[in-house]
Ligand binder design. Sequence first.
Ligand code: TXA
Ligand code: MG
Length: 308
Amino acid sequence: MIHISIEKAAEILKRNGIVAIPTETVYGLAGNALNETAVAKIFAAKERPFFDPLIVHIAEFGELENLAAEIPQNAKLLAEKFWPGPLTLVLPKKERVPDLTTGGLSTVAVRMPKKQITRDLIKLAGFPLAAPSANMFQHLSPTNAEHVAEQLSGRIDGIVDGGVCEIGIESTVVGFENALPVIYRPGAVTYEMIAEISQLDKSVGNASPGMLEKHYSPNTSLCLELPGEVPPNSGLLAFGELPANANGFAKIFNLSQNANPTEAAANLYGMLHKLDSCGLDKIFATLLPETGLGNAINDRLLKARGIA
Ligand code: TXA
Ligand code: MG
């Protein structure tokens, strides 16, 4: 895989190429959000279906006006509080945003990432960057440059190595129903944090297109209940204190020995990647308490398992 500087990446992007870029959440596969040729290459490289819309990344709040036809007051408040950061806002789109970018929807998802080199790259390119997570469709999201290379080598024009993603799970996706925020995908900007700013519409969880039931998947089968008797060649993805039968597992990774959800989020995909490459027959994991980041981690674990 070719590692490139942000200057080189900007050059490639200007020629409608596609490059993997670091962000504080997960690595993204970026192309010019306003150019259909570039966006089509993103879908092709990931083998992603066209109905699954992309997130458009900007470097400054002012760029939002070029993309969104309307910015509700609550969207402004959330952006003020959480941008730059792991929050994506879904807003009515302007005509200049290609239908291909938004999966044919009349809305566009926009995020201002926190990571400085990501915003530096957007500025160098001179246009907003469409960037889904830099993995093959329905596979594990990448949290370092090696993860990207494993899945996308030979399919993309280069990768900007920005080290390990600090947050480790994808941004919170928020839309607006009757002017109230609705969480389409939980993330590091939690329900509780949003509730401090505005009342939420709770009715429409997971209504986002692309929120397919199976997603973020390891190849090894994943079970979210711990076994009484541990089957041979099983792995454990633990959280906090180990279970009494921990000795029976062939491999154990602990998301956070101190049961800290922030640390667990940062470790989630990396540890799933590692467990997945151990040749195990089954991976066992436990769900976290359903508050704050625990919600977002459980959402990814359920999708990794596939909701039966
Ligand atoms: O943290 C992140 O959000 C990462 C980094 C790279 O920024 N990106 C990411 O993109 O996770 P992706 O493509 O894996 O997930 C984007 C999801 C879509 O699957 C869809 O559910 C939602 O965002 N989305 C995008 N546009 C939308 C729209 N117009 N309406 C509703 N949901 C939308
Ligand atoms: Mg993704």
